[in-house]
Design a protein around this ligand. Sequence first.
Ligand code: SD4
Length: 355
Amino acid sequence: MRHCSEKWLVDCALSFNFPAQFIRAMTNRRKFIKASAATGIGLGLGAFNRFFSQTNDAPVAPPVFKEGMVLSTWDAGIPANEAAWKAMLAGGNALDMAEKGVNDTEATLSNLTVGLGGFPDRDGHTTLDACIMDSAGNAGSVMFLEHIKHPASVARRVMEKTPHVILVGEGAYQFAIAEGFKHDDYVSEESQKAWKEWLKTSQYKPIINIENHDTIGLLAMDANGDLAGACTTSGMAFKMRGRVGDSPVIGAGLYVDNEIGAATSSGLGEAVIRTCGSFLVVEMMRLGATPQEACEEAVNRIKIKHSNYKDFQVGYLAVNKAGEIGAFAIHPGFTYSLHKYGENKVYKSKSMLDQ
Ligand code: SD4
């Protein structure tokens, strides 16, 4: 059995470019775990303990949260959380909760960032991206899908009924129709009007927290403590035709590992894709970070890799198996909705630029 010395840990962390405060936290945690293993405590550190279960440290069983909870992006997450909760009360598992939750947002045609009411691309067409992951690590995704009301449900069918993970464009549409989804020609007057206004300058520049920020990433934990997630969007307003952001990209806009936790994102997808954001958050939790620390590190990674990071917004949400959550964004203004302990409320995320 290999023993991980503290020096080995620090060397690894340095080679992964972890910030100093994280390395400190990691080594402190290790000391804490050694002490807590002796006394039988170790709350909130299940993932870390599992990481070190190959060492001489005694593993401590993770305190899995089993009361059910839902965490989703922005204020628009409130009705989605409610729908997810209903799915759980009706006997659904985490995957059903995730799908039904985001379906509610997709059906809200006044939402200008999700579903068929979403802002169009620069050619005037609304194109939809979505993905879903279950607690077994299965994943499904659709990208650049048009005329289908519930892309997240199509993503679930891709996951459950095909040998693939991703279907795009025409192929995704054909698959949806073959699966019984209806062609829908809905066009939002409001988003068409905004597009015509945009055409006057044709300037593609995300406006932080203002231009379409209601993409829904939803993380669900059922009464068994199992995790699943879904993310669905019409993407950045007035994007180039064919552009796909982070939301349907497994590991970018969403990642679920039922052993550890789950994460999702909203904001400028390109920055999230470049840094494998949601995967990074989950992997940081695997190494012992709290969900909050993990979200902060993912935002920090964006800062390190983007000299223009002040010009755009990205926000992350995360949950671990203990039901602890994290939320962090580049700018103030990122909000999230949390359904836990019988309450469904909006909270303001902390952010890098108001610290
Ligand atoms: C994208 N991340 O397509 C999405 C946009 C978004 O709230 O999150 N808007 O890049």
